[in-house]
Ligand binder design. Structure first.
Ligand code: NAD
Ligand code: GLY
Length: 364
C-alpha cells in the first residue's frame, strides 16, 4: 500500500493507494466519529463492490446505510442530492454519521456536497473507483453539482477525512473510462511535472493494459502533484498560478460538456480536447513550438483520447466559457503553458487567438 498525506493543518488527511483496500474496514474505523456510515454509490458500482465494502465495515462493527443513486453525469443534480438528504433523514443519520462515497467523480462530488451541507456538515470519506477519481476528484475537497448553464456551478469545499483508492477496482472499468482518467494524469505532466510526462509516454501501453504497478505509480505521482498544489492554495485564491492551474483545458472542456449535454462527452474526453485548445493557444502566443503541440497531441491520442473539439462554433464556446469560475470581474483567465511542464493563468489572450485556437482544434 502506498500512502501520501495532504497537508492542511488540522484538516490533513491520508491518501491510501493499493490493491484489496475495499475490504479493509480496519483502515476506515479510526477515522469515524461513531461506527455509522451512510454509503453513497450508484446503480453501476453498487452491484460490483457494495457487498464487499459493507461486509468489511460490518466486520469491524460499523453500521452501514447504503444510498444508491442513478448512474451518470446527467444525474449530478439537485434531484440526486435530495435523494441523499431524504435517505439520511429517513434513516435518522445524525451529525456524527460519516458519509462515504463509493464510485467515480460524480458520486464523490455529490456525496461530498451532501456531507458539506447535511446538518451543516458531517464527516466524509472518499472511496474512488475510477482512474479519474483516484488521480484527481477524490483529492482536494471540491464537491458539487452541475447547473444546466454550467458545470460544477454549485458546490462547496469540504475535505474528506480519508481517501482510500483501491486499484483493483480499475479492472472492471470500461476502456473508455480508463482513457478519460488518463487525461487528468497527463494534465499533471503538462502543468508541472515534465519528467512524469516523459514517463507516461514510455509507460502508456502498459498503463492501458492495466499493469497494476504502473497504474499505482501513475496514481501516486498524480496525487502527490495534486496534494502539493492543494496544500499551497486550498481555496484557489492565489492571485497567480496556484490551484487554478489544475484546470488546464477545463474552461474549454466544460464548454464542451455543457454545450453537448452532460454525459455526451466524458469529463476526461472534454478535458483532453480542451487541453489541445489551450496548447494551440499557447503556441499562437509564442510560448510553445509546433513540435510541443505535436507531442501533446501524440500522447493524448496514444491514451485513446479525442484531440478534436466538439463542433459547437467558436461563439458558443465563448458564451459558455464566460460562465467559468475563473472569470473575475468579467475577465476570462485561461490556464496556458509557457512551456511543457510550466503552466500559468493568463487573462490577456487576444479574443481572435482564442477563437483561432478553438477553430483549429475543431477542424483537425
Ligand atoms: P463517473 O463518476 O461518471 O464514472 C464513470 C463511469 O464508470 C460511471 O458510469 C460509473 O458508474 C462507472 N464506474 C465507476 N467505477 C467503476 C468501476 N470500478 N468499474 C466499472 N464501472 C465503474 O465519472 P468520473 O470520470 O469518475 O468523474 C467525472 C466527474 O468528476 C465529473 O463530474 C467531473 O466534473 C468530476 N471531477 C471533479 C473533480 C474535483 O476536484 N472534485 C476533479 C475532476 C473531475
Ligand atoms: N480538479 C481541479 C481541482 O481540484 O482544483
Amino acid at each position: 500500500m502506498r500512502r501520501l498525506n495532504l497537508a492542511l493543518g488540522e484538516r490533513s488527511y491520508p491518501i491510501l493507494i493499493g490493491g484489496g483496500l475495499l475490504s479493509r474496514g480496519d483502515l476506515i474505523l479510526p477515522f469515524l466519529r461513531t461506527p455509522r456510515i451512510a454509503l453513497v454509490s450508484n446503480t453501476a458500482v453498487a452491484p460490483l463492490y457494495l457487498d464487499v465494502v459493507v461486509k468489511a465495515l460490518e466486520g469491524v462493527g460499523v453500521g452501514v446505510t447504503p444510498i444508491i443513486l442513478p448512474d451518470g453525469e446527467a444525474y449530478k443534480t439537485w434531484e440526486s442530492l435530495n435523494l441523499i438528504y431524504d435517505a439520511l433523514l429517513a434513516n435518522r443519520c445524525d451529525r456524527s454519521t460519516t458519509i462515504m462515497a463509493l464510485g467515480g467523480g460524480v458520486i464523490g462530488d455529490l456525496a461530498g456536497f451532501a456531507a458539506a451541507t447535511y446538518q451543516r456538515g458531517v464527516p466524509f470519506i472518499q472511496m474512488p473507483t475510477t482512474l479519474l477519481s483516484q488521480v484527481d476528484s477524490s483529492v482536494g475537497g471540491k464537491t458539487g453539482i452541475n447547473h444546466p448553464r454550467g458545470k460544477n456551478m454549485v458546490g462547496a469545499f469540504w475535505q474528506p477525512k480519508l481517501v482510500l483508492a483501491d486499484t483493483d477496482t480499475l479492472k472492471t472499468l470500461p476502456d473508455r473510462e480508463l482513457s478519460a482518467g488518463m487525461a487528468e494524469v497527463i494534465k499533471y505532466g503538462l502543468i508541472r511535472d515534465l519528467p512524469f510526462l516523459s514517463w507516461l509516454e514510455a509507460a502508456m501501453d502498459g498503463l492501458l493494459a492495466r499493469d497494476g504497478d504502473l497504474l499505482a505509480h501513475a496514481i501516486e505521482r498524480s496525487c502527490a502533484n495534486k496534494a502539493e498544489v492543494v496544500a499551497a492554495d486550498e481555496y484557489e485564491t492565489a492571485a497567480a498560478g496556484g490551484r487554478a492551474l489544475l484546470n488546464l483545458g477545463h474552461t474549454f472542456g466544460h464548454a464542451i460538456e455543457t454545450g453537448m449535454g452532460y454525459g455526451e462527452w466524458l469529463h476526461g474526453e472534454a478535458v483532453s480536447a480542451g487541453m489541445m485548445m489551450a496548447v494551440e493557444l499557447s503556441r499562437r502566443l509564442g510560448w510553445l513550438s509546433g513540435a510541443d503541440v505535436d507531442r501533446v497531441r501524440a500522447v493524448l491520442q496514444r491514451a485513446g483520447l479525442p484531440v478534436k473539439g466538439a463542433s459547437l462554433g467558436a461563439e458558443r464556446y465563448l458564451e459558455l466559457m464566460s460562465h467559468d469560475k475563473k472569470v473575475i470581474a468579467g475577465s476570462l483567465r485561461l490556464v496556458l503553458l509557457k512551456a511543457l511542464g510550466d503552466a500559468v493563468t493568463y487573462a490577456d489572450a487576444p479574443r481572435e487567438d482564442i477563437v483561432a485556437a478553438i477553430e483549429a482544434c475543431c477542424r483537425e
